[in-house]
Design a protein. Sequence first.
Length: 205
Amino acid sequence: MSKTISVIDYGCGNLASVLNMVRHVGGTARLLSSPRQLCEAEKIILPGVGAFDHGIEVLREGGWVQALEAAVLERNVPIMGICLGMQLLTRGSEEGQEPGLGWVDAQARRFRPSDPRLKVPHMGWNEVRQVRADELLPASASPRRFYFVHAYRVECADPADVLLECEYGETFVAAFRHANIWGFQFHPEKSHRFGMELFHRFLEV
């Protein structure tokens, strides 16, 4: 069982916190600066902050898409998308015009809260509700709380893909899984013990 996680460095991620969390839970964090390095990846994290179109364009222009597809879709390498990284795994986003990777039948849409007290972006700690158990998120009697910073949230076409939900003026998907593909709208690398548990379990996949 590999304890090495490859983290994609495409210029759109909060890399230091992710690398530190992987190491903190006993893993080896391998920062990838070239798509060629993905041929040896055994687990992948796709972090992401910023605008959707910029993120997907950087992946395409840098040659990452074909290499990621070979790893994730052909070799079935487990991948974790974080925040924008989660949204890039979907068909697209209302934020931009470019299509996403399309690996998960889902779409990112902007928060439009009817309550004026709810600000966008959604920022801060929120409790999540478990929809189904998973290797990374086994059933727990204790509530989990994670740290969020996002203006867009994902809608999954298939309810069976949804792992966690959260409330912010409306119910939205906080985590999904489709085959070997996980997406987390929150930042597990900033979520203390709840994030540590998730990263630790990803090491064990």
